[in-house]
Design a binder for this molecule. Sequence first.
Ligand SMILES: [Zn+2]
Length: 494
Amino acid sequence: MTTPSPGPAPATARRIAAPVTADLLVVGAELVATVDADRREIRGGWVAVTDGLVSAIGGPGELPPPASRVLRADGALVTPGLVNTHHHIYQNLTRAFAPALGGTLFTWLSTLYPLWSRLDEEAVHVSAYVGLTELALGGCTTSTDHLYVHPRGGGDLISAEIAAARELGMRFHPTRGSMSRSVKDGGLPPDSVVQDDDEILAESQRLVERHHDPSWGAMVRLALAPCSPFSVSPELMRATAELAERLDVRLHTHLAEDPEEDEYCLATFGRRPIDQFAEVGWAGDRAWVAHCICPNPQEVARLGAWGTGVAHCPSSNMILGGGLAPVAEMRAAGVPVGLGCDGSSSADSASLWLESRTAMLLGRLRHGAASMSARDALEMATRGGAGCLGRVGEIGELSVGSAGDLVVWPLDGVAFAGALSDPIDAWLRCGPVAARHTVVAGRLVVEDGRSAHPDLPAMLDRHRVLAGGIQRAFDDAGVDPSTTATASPAGTRR
Ligand SMILES: [Zn+2]
C-alpha cells in the first residue's frame, strides 16, 4: 500500500526551521531512544514538537529551540509513543466477568454475546474514554480498536468511540468490524448483533467518508475489519477487500489463532486459513491481522512476501493458552510485527509496556536468551506497530517530521535502584512502570502519571453504572454457561 500522503521529506537536518519557537520541548532525558531509521539513541537528548510534529531533536552539545512549554525528563527514558495494533475496547465493560472465566472459550463467548448485545453509543463512548485513558497511562499514543458487535438499535458506535478519542487527544485507528453469520448460520453470536452484507458495506463506506483522514499526522484513520474469515461470508471478505482498495483504507481481521481454525477452514472451505485469506483477496500489505499463532513455515514466508502485518498479543496468547505466535520467524521473514493488548476478556489488562515486556520474555522463552532484547520489544511496540498501520516514518519513531508522540518513562525509585548501565534494558527488565508523561501531537494526555483530563473520575463512575447494567443481563437472561457451550465454529475466540 502506498503511503496515503507523502508528508515531509525524510529529513537530513535535525530541524525543520530555526529558530522557531516550539510548542513543547522535552529536555534532560537520560536517554532519547528515537527508534528512527538509524535507531539513534541520544544520551542527555531533547525533543521539540511544533504544530503536532517533531521539529527538532538533539543532544547535550546542541542548543534546543525556545519553546512555549518545557517538560523536564531528568533521569527518564524518552521513547516514541507506543502503538497498540489490536484491541476490543468495549470489552472492558465485562472485564474479568466471573461467570465467563472458568469454562472453555466458547463458554465465555456464548455467555458474553447476550451481554454485548446491550451495547449502545453511551456505553461505547464511556468504555472508549476509559480504555484509551488506560492505554495512555501505559505509554500508548496510537491505538486501534476492533469493534465488531453492532447491535440492532445500538446507534453509531464507531462515531461514539471516535468522539472519546478526540476528547482525550489520542491518535485513533478504529476498525469497522462486522459479523454476518449468527447462530442460525452455524455461528456463535445471536441474530441481534449481526448484520447483512449490504448494510455492513454501506455503513463502512459512510464511516470512512465521515471520519478517515489520509493526511500526514492524521489523528483518526479507519480500517475495515470483518471479525474473522469465518464469522462473515467469503463474499463479504472479498467485497470488503474491494471496498478498502477503492477507499484506500486498511484491512484488519483475526487470522490463524487456533488449531481448530485450521480444521474448520479445511472442512468448510477446503483450504487452510491463510490460503482462504489469500483466496478472498486479502493477501497484501494493505492488511494486518491479529494473533497469527498457527502459520506453518511456508505461510510465514508468504506473509512476509505479501507484507501483511501481524498484531502479536502476548498476554492474550498466554491467557487463552492456545499457543504462541512465531514472532521471531515472522520478523525474520520480513513480516511487520506490532504489539496488541487485545480485548478485556482475552487479556484484561491494557498496558503496552506490559505487552512489550511479555513479548520480550516469551521471545526468550521460545528461542533462548539472545533471541529477543528489550530493544527488539521496543521496536515491535513502535516501528512494528507503525508498519501494521501503514505509517512507518510517521508514527512509532522520533525523527524530524514524525508525529509528536512520545513517552517520558521514569527510571527511578525502588524498582530501578542499581539499574545504571542501560536505560532501555532497565525500562523493560525492571518495573513495573507506567508513563510519567504521555504526549500525543505535542499535547499531554498523561502528566505526572495521571490523566490530564479532569473528567476521568466522573467517567469511571459512569463506566461502573453502565458495566453493571450490561452485566445484569446475565442474571436477567438466566444464562447458564454450562448449557451454552456447544460445538461451534473454530477460531471465534474474540
Ligand atoms: Zn481480538
